[in-house]
Design a protein around this ligand. Structure first.
Ligand SMILES: Nc1ncnc2[nH]cnc12
Length: 229
């Protein structure tokens, strides 16, 4: 695939600017890729501190993180809440998960359908608890919706849902009323590729025109501008 111009998109995450690489998903679509596991330790601190500041009032009993890229943030958040145990929703059916609770997910990055699994042995950790669900990016909302369903099937109350980034707005429709549970630390659009140039898709771009959501908060005031990179 030919190089895309520009190469990066600058996004404000919890008050700091990060230049994310713009990666083609197809000849016509691209995303600004947040590869959490390549962002370094300090990024984990930034995300953990910002998430805990936003969710402290909800007093969660336990944090649930979605594999794979939701795991680092879930651990950072758990650590800051002083919670030793956390629950990870797995993507691949590990042999010991034969008896897992399962929900279907559609991913924009892999293009295919996936599954999210909750190990039955973790149900006891969740039953009757106030749960905070954490993921890296909420895009279609499919993964977040599946995580929320799994947590509820385990008999827990979802008191909040955090993602480092919101990508577009489709997740709001997918989540319906549960979109009100979601807080994100930044927002990115998806991109149309026209003649090798990545153009933020008007339908997914966050601008003042579309009206600020309380779910985004003030940390999104700088989003949508081009990075120098
Ligand atoms: N922009 C993005 N970066 C990383 N993971 C994603 N999943 C969906 N959109 C993504």
């Amino acid at each position: 695939m030919n190089p895309i111009i520009p190469e990066t998109f600058g996004v404000d995450i919890a008050g700091e600017t990060f230049d994310l690489p713009i990666i083609a998903l197809s000849d016509r679509r691209a995303i600004a890729l947040l590869m959490v596991i390549e962002m370094g330790v300090r990024f984990g601190d930034l995300v953990g501190d910002a998430m805990v500041a936003r969710f402290a009032a909800l007093k969660p009993d336990i944090v649930v993180g979605s594999a794979t890229l939701g795991i680092p943030a879930a651990i950072e958040v758990s650590r800051r809440f002083g919670l030793d145990q956390y629950v990870i929703l797995q993507k691949s059916p590990k042999f010991h998960l034969a008896e897992a609770l399962v929900e279907d997910v559609r991913s924009i990055t892999t293009g295919g359908s996936q599954r999210l699994l909750l190990d039955r042995r973790s149900i006891a950790l969740l039953q009757g608890k106030r749960v905070l669900v954490i993921d890296d990016v909420v895009a279609t909302g499919s993964s977040m919706a599946a995580a929320i369903r799994l947590v509820r099937r385990a008999g827990a109350e979802v008191v909040g849902a955090g993602a480092i980034l919101a990508e577009g707005h489709a997740w709001r429709h997918a989540l319906g009323r549960d979109a009100d549970l979601v807080t994100t630390l930044g927002h990115i659009p998806q991109f149309d590729i026209v003649d090798g140039i990545a153009i933020p898709d008007a339908a997914t771009e966050y601008t003042a025109r579309t009206g600020a959501s309380h779910a985004f908060g003030q940390d999104n005031r700088n989003v949508g501008r081009w990075s120098a990179g």
